[in-house]
Write a protein that binds this ligand. Structure first.
Ligand code: SER
Length: 312
């Protein structure tokens, strides 16, 4: 029998594409999309949808029981830049939604969880280049603190209660189907929209701010791969480092300028610069590659081509 899957935060940047990918794989009726608001017409027409607040345990439990859900993908979260403005709201959303799914699994109401962590778990004292899986982790943002705490709780629930929870630390994600919201790496998506619309972009990070990034197709591939891997291959139960490419604003600008020759970029760094400065510039993801065969496919050039073709 096909398994039933629930996606929380299905209308966001990752949730949308994950919903399509899982529906293609398992059939549309097996994948229930949910969010606190409706998604666009294409998403809403693509299969079952529930309005659902991931912090509301009893509403979540009702949906899980009604659809006999086995797997939950928890994609609802407040990202780094917005979380700095609303610290307590971010903490409540990011932590309570996680506790709700972990507790559903502890009570054997669901059997498997995907929960994303982030490069934001690292902080200003973490070595910046090829950041190791196990290293100094002193996050300085509300979002990073919530993700690091979440990682500890995932490992705790795995060890104490046998909860099968799997996680990757996503880098900044670049995609064209749904815009990101409230992140520090969002500039790497905005830049393509503005390059097409006005041939100019004012970047909120300064030159030389190299950050780890990834094209969405790779992020979805990693998500499906870690969830499908046999349990014995998942050796890290906090969250796996995951990497593809790293670049600074001037490098993505140069890759766009190869296609849009009159493209111009200005720099006006704001409060997000400090967040970016606290994060690594590249990530060592050897464990993911070794344990469950992770491989990325998109470099910066291929990412730029995909973005400009699909948005243009
Ligand atoms: N893309 C996220 C952010 O910028 C990092 O996980 O907040």
């Amino acid at each position: 029998m096909a398994k039933s899957i629930l996606i929380l935060g299905a209308c966001g940047q990752i949730g949308t594409e994950l919903t399509y990918a899982l529906r293609q794989k398992h059939g549309k009726d097996c994948v229930v999309a949910s969010d606190i608001r409706e998604g666009d017409a294409t998403l809403m027409a693509s299969g079952p949808f529930e309005l659902l607040d991931a912090t509301n345990y009893s509403a979540l439990e009702d949906v899980v029981m009604h659809y006999e859900i086995e797997e939950v993908y928890l994609m609802a979260a407040m990202l780094s830049a917005t979380a700095e403005k609303f610290p307590m709201r971010a903490w409540n959303l990011n932590m309570n939604s996680l506790f709700n799914v972990l507790n559903l699994a502890k009570e054997k109401k669901i059997s498997k969880i995907f929960w994303p962590s982030s490069i934001a778990v690292f902080g200003p004292n973490t070595p910046k280049e090829a950041t190791e899986q196990h290293t100094i982790m002193e996050p300085s943002t509300v979002y990073g603190i919530s993700k690091q705490s979440g990682e500890r709780w995932c490992q705790y629930y795995y060890e104490k209660y046998g909860v099968d929870v799997r996680s990757v630390r996503y880098p900044g994600l670049i995609s064209w189907k749904t815009q990101p919201g409230g992140g520090t790496t969002d500039y790497a998506v905005e830049i393509y929209h503005k390059a097409i619309e006005t041939q100019t972009y004012t970047c909120f990070l300064k030159k030389g701010t190299t950050l780890p990034m990834m094209f969405m197709d790779d992020a979805i591939k990693a998500t499906l791969a870690i969830m499908e891997a046999p349990e014995t291959q998942i050796k890290i139960r906090s969250s796996y480092n995951l990497a593809a490419i790293s670049f600074a604003p001037e490098e993505i600008a140069a890759s766009i300028a190869l296609h849009i020759t009159n493209f111009k970029m200005k720099y006006e760094p704001d409060f997000r610069q400090q967040i970016a400065d606290s994060w690594p510039s590249s990530i060592n993801d050897d464990s993911a590659r070794k344990d469950w065969g992770w491989q990325h496919s998109f470099d910066l050039e291929k990412t730029t081509k995909e973005m400009l073709t699909n948005l243009g």
